[in-house]
Write a protein that binds this ligand. Sequence first.
Ligand SMILES: Cc1cc2nc3c(=O)[nH]c(=O)nc-3n(C[C@H](O)[C@H](O)[C@H](O)COP(=O)(O)OP(=O)(O)OC[C@H]3O[C@@H](n4cnc5c(N)ncnc54)[C@H](O)[C@@H]3O)c2cc1C
Length: 405
Amino acid sequence: MFRIAPTLTRLPRLTRALSSEVSFALSEEQHAIQDLARKFTREEIVPLAAEYDRSMAYPWPIIEKAHETGLLNLHVPEKYGGPGLSLLSCALVSEEIAYGCTGMQTAMEAIGLAEAPVIVAGNEEQIQKYLGRMTEAPLVAAYGVTEPDAGSDVAGIRTTAKKVGENWVLNGTKMWITNAGHANWFFVLAKSDASAKPSQGMTGFIVDADTPGIHLGKKEINMGQRCSDTRMVTFEEVVVPPQNVLGKEGEGFKIAMKAFDITRPLVSSAAVGLAQRALEEAVKYAQGRKTMGKPIIEHQAVAFILADMAIQTEAARNLVWKSAWTKDAGLPNTFYASIAKTFASRTAVENANQAVQVFGGAGFNTEYPVEKLYRDSKIFELYEGTSQIQRLVISRSLAGLYPAE
Ligand SMILES: Cc1cc2nc3c(=O)[nH]c(=O)nc-3n(C[C@H](O)[C@H](O)[C@H](O)COP(=O)(O)OP(=O)(O)OC[C@H]3O[C@@H](n4cnc5c(N)ncnc54)[C@H](O)[C@@H]3O)c2cc1C
């Protein structure tokens, strides 16, 4: 058990609310869910990951099994049929699944991303209807915010929502939407008042995927995570009933951003899962591969690469746990979530790169596992806010935390 770390004592908002000691020990329940996810990953995901990467087929059978095993919709409260796990417990699962295949993990995580705004702002009826159905059957959902001309600049979205009678009518195009081709429903952010500033002029909607006027683009062929489904989605005169407005009219921007407090720790833990896999693959390979009469792990230059990979992975995992724990403690975690995402995503990219280096020429070949890790890793620095945007979020908190004397 540890006393509060010195860095924490410099963050007044945190220390004030902290009454218990910090511990890295997982509860029995957390060990159990971690073991379940690890077993599922080793048995169901690892053996099939390379084939799904090649075929780019959407991993429906895996998603169905994950649902059956109880590894989806983990942060849906018990009242609505989910297990209502803490964010830290969800992060444990996310890391395990990502160890096996981050393409499949992204497909699963995008469900959580769509659900997060509903958890943040949904009323009883909406939660019951849209999250309830996710727990009852293996369905997927999608989060539609990014547009062809507005990714980092969420304030610049052009999709409009106009009130016609009591309904809303959506028009516009979303881009890079994960799970779009298979979603049962979408979370959609649209401009509902062009004259208001972005933080007050956008509204979030739950849109059933079978609503007339929704047109799906082709499955995008991405560098990595190729079994995940990413598409353009066009909304043409899509009628949405007033019951499907999330929170209040004009609150959409805040809801969409607040969802990231839940999902960024989970994306970050997935990056840790990939980093851990790269580390393990590299360490194993380095023990078997011999050059100049000894296993390459005995060449200090290689051993130090492996040591650095371990350092980065451990540090990234601790940042992820901290960002999840902060949220679970009911404290603002935006700052920590962005720190975790920036560091963990860099670690994933760097570890994958170094794993390829340790494998030498074999690292460049599709018969070995690390080239997939290399391709899969880059997206972590891009989606759910690029690393530059995370730094923007972090830097904006700094002056408030440490005011000039
Ligand atoms: C595979 C994949 C899946 C995705 N899934 C989803 C999804 O499910 N739902 C969804 O809504 N979106 C999704 N996205 C979109 C993703 O979140 C955006 O691509 C991302 O936010 C970056 O936006 P952009 O592509 O428009 O890049 P841009 O915003 O055009 O950025 C280009 C570059 O400029 C930098 N930059 C931009 N503005 C600033 C600034 N102010 N300061 C410093 N640097 C800046 C960026 O960091 C980046 O390096 C997905 C994207 C991909 C590729």
